[in-house]
Each structure stands twice: as C-alpha cells, then as structure tokens.
Design a protein around this ligand. Structure first.
Ligand code: NAP
Length: 379
C-alpha cells in the first residue's frame, strides 16, 4: 500500500519478575495500574483493592514507579483537579494505603528516575520520607558514575537532602520509604486471605562493578543470601515495559525490539550480513527498548526520518507502479469490516471529554469504555 511504513507502536506489555508467588491477587504490573488511573478502557475494570491494606510495595525506582507512588500518596483533593479517570479518583478517595515502599535492587546513585519527577514526589503534602542514611554512603565506583552522569548526581543529591532526622510520622502523614540494595525474592501469601498477597520477601544486595578498558561500565546488584520481609496487601511491579511482536514482522525477542540499524528494519537479525526489509522503519521504544522520555523519542524519530529521506534520495523506495496509499488502506479495512476512527472523530472525543470536564471544574473527564468512545466518535 505504501512505499515506506514506520512501526511506532511502542511497548504495551510488561517485564516479569519470574519469582514465586507472582500470580497472587493484589500484584499488578505498574503499566496496568497506570492504564487504570489514566482511563484506558482495557484496564477500566482492574479495580485494584486499595481498601484491605495500608501498605503497598513498588518494585523499581524509575519514573513509572514514582508516578505510581505519587498517585497512591498525593492528597485526593489535589488529584481531583487533574484529568485522572473518575473511577480511579473514587477508589483513591476510599483508599486505606498509608505506606508506600519503593524498592530498588541497587543504590541511590543508580535510582533510574530523573530529578524533576523525584522532586515532585518528595514535595507531596503531608508525606513523611524514610531513607536510611547508611544507604547514602558512596563508593569510589559511585563517585565515577555521578561524575559521568549529571542526572545520577542530581538524583543522589535530592535523595540526600530528603533525609530527615529520625522521628515518627506526624498524625495524618502518609509514608514513603525508599528501600535500596534489595531485590525481590518472592511474594508471600496472606495468612488470612487465601490466594491473596500478604507480603514480599527481599534479598539484600551488594553492588559488583564491571570495568572495561579501564573504565567503569556498570554496577550490578548481586544477592547476599540475607533476607528481609515487608507485609503488604498491594504490590506493583514497575521494572520496565516490553514491546510485543506482530505476526509476520521481524522481532528480536531477547532484546524486545524490532531489529534495526538507526531505524531501518533488518529482515533477519540472526544473519551475519545485514539485510534490510526495504521500506520498513521503526522508531521510539520499539526501536531502542523502553527507556527515554518524550524528548529522547523526538531525536529517535528524527534519526528514522533521516533514513527514509536518504532512501528516497537513493531511489530505494521508488516502485514501478504507484502505491494505493491511504485510499487503498481504507478500502481494505472496509472490506474486512474494520471500523476506523479518523482524526476528526478523535477530535470529537477530545472535545466531549473537555466539555464534561469543564462541568466539574476539571481539565477533562475521560471516556473510559470502548462503547462510549466509539459512540462519541460517530456522533
Ligand atoms: P526504567 O526507568 O528502566 O526503570 C526500571 C526500574 O526497574 C529500575 O529501577 C530497574 O533497576 C528496575 N528493575 C528492572 N528489572 C528489575 C528486576 N528484575 N528486579 C528488580 N528491579 C528491576 O523504566 P520505567 O520506570 O518503566 O520508565 C520507562 C521510561 O519512561 C524511562 O526512560 C522513564 O524515564 C520514562 N518515563 C518518563 C516519565 C516522565 O518523564 N515523567 C514518566 C514515566 C516514564 P536497575 O536500574 O537496577 O535495572
């Protein structure tokens, strides 16, 4: 149908921890939770139980982990002024979660979040922050990491400043515990609720530095055989997203990306000589893996576009007969009875969400079922 196609469908699945107990009720991928509070119709009915426990454990210390912690801990009066989905706001208003543990397998120097997002969490009203001062002691390898990476240094400084003199939380305060140097070992079943999460077992770690060409490459968490437990009824795994394969298209399952060089898709990555899938390109998380903020994806897209432009100039994308393009695609979808939501229809959804939000003094009120979205789109 087209001379060039760009795969840009991102990463809509999750990495697994692969530890015992992962199937217990009360454990969710952070992605599902994010989709739930953002009103994605596929997670509209997730209905996480926020009432039977006062403690949530989040695995991972990236920006998604911080986002999720922020939603659980921020006063709901503030959330009510945002575009959070109404069903999530109602559940959070009744939530009994008071303590959130953010568990990282490495130290504060390696926390994967960025400074702006960390500052937002640390600034939540009526929140008691717990950080063990001993965890902030740095090693020479940590100092090298911070020298080489400004963001790591800034995050470390913010965490250091957040350490408060040890005192019990004031009445009404919620608690955020940063737990470093611990990796998930197993999920524990509740004693009184069969099949439901009752706690997590963690293994204490130390960092092992890998050096290559006289330079520090990475510090990796290694288990020590020393274990600790946290009782909790809710756990969110925020250890990274995963892209999924599309039947008939190249996919590297080990790396979780479409194999490519600079955005040009490789027909077969296992071959020694590189062979491109002519006319097929990729960008974003599907191209590089699930890291990077919007700005990172912008540069990534520019690189892919430069490949397309280069291939056009070299005549690689020219075909003997004209391609049917959009009209052909619409005809094909129609012949398969596939319903299409056009940009105009999407704008109707956008306008309706804003109109409903306006009535409640909110930026928008999300439509959260496919039926309702399609109904508004076709009005
Ligand atoms: P991420 O930044 O890659 O963080 C993943 C976290 O999970 C890290 O702390 C990692 O620790 C940990 N982890 C991975 N595997 C683990 C395992 N087996 N056991 C224990 N911990 C494990 O991923 P993310 O938070 O999903 O975010 C994805 C991208 O979106 C990031 O680039 C992020 O900055 C971006 N994002 C940005 C915003 C924003 O700008 N507001 C919001 C959300 C997301 P290790 O470091 O030890 O591997």
């Amino acid at each position: 149908m087209y001379n060039a196609v760009v795969l840009a469908y991102g990463a809509e699945s999750d990495r697994c921890l692969g530890i015992p107990g992962e199937e217990l009720a009360g454990i969710y991928a952070a992605r599902e939770f994010v989709w739930w509070y953002n009103g994605h119709p596929d997670c509209r009915n997730l209905d996480p139980d926020l009432k039977s426990t006062d403690t949530a454990v989040i695995f991972g210390q990236g920006n998604v982990a911080l986002d999720v912690a922020r939603i659980l801990l921020r006063p709901t009066a503030e959330l009510a002024r945002t575009d959070i989905a109404s069903h999530a706001l109602a559940a959070l208003e009744e939530s009994s979660i008071r303590k959130v543990y953010l568990v990282g397998r490495r130290g504060p120097v390696q926390a994967a979040c960025t400074a702006k997002e960390l500052r937002e969490v640390l600034g939540i009203k009526d929140l008691h922050i717990h950080i063990q001062p001993a965890d902030l002691v740095t090693t020479p390898a940590d100092e090298i990491e911070m020298k080489n990476n400004r963001i790591r240094k800034r995050v470390y400084e913010l965490l250091s400043k957040a350490v408060t003199p040890a005192h019990a939380p004031y009445p009404g305060e919620r608690e955020l515990h940063f737990v470093f140097f611990h990796k998930p070992d197993k999920f524990l079943e509740s004693n009184d609720r069969s099949g439901h999460l009752g706690g997590v077992q963690l293994e204490k770690t130390i960092l092992k530095a890998f050096v290559g060409d006289d330079e520090l490459v990475k510090q990796v968490a290694v288990g020590t055989g020393v274990y600790a437990e946290i009782s909790c009824g809710l756990s969110l795994k925020s250890i990274g997203y995963k892209s999924i394969a599309i039947d008939g298209l190249p996919f590297d399952s080990d790396k979780g990306i479409v194999p490519n060089v600079g955005g040009r898709v490789l027909a077969d990555a296992s071959k020694d000589h590189m062979q491109y899938d002519t006319g097929l390109y990729v960008c974003g998380w599907l191209k590089r893996g699930p890291t990077g903020i919007i700005g990172t994806n912008l540069y990534c897209a520019e690189e892919t576009l430069a490949c397309i432009s280069d291939d056009v100039d070299k005549g690689i994308l020219t075909s003997n007969s004209p391609k049917p393009g959009r009209d052909g695609l619409l005809q094909l979808l129609d012949s398969r009875n596939t319903r299409v939501v056009t940009f105009d229809a999407w704008e109707k959804i956008d306008t309706e969400e804003k109109r409903r939000g306006n009535l409640k003094n909110r930026p928008r009120e999300k439509l959260t079922t496919w039926e309702e979205l399609l109904k508004v789109a076709s009005e």
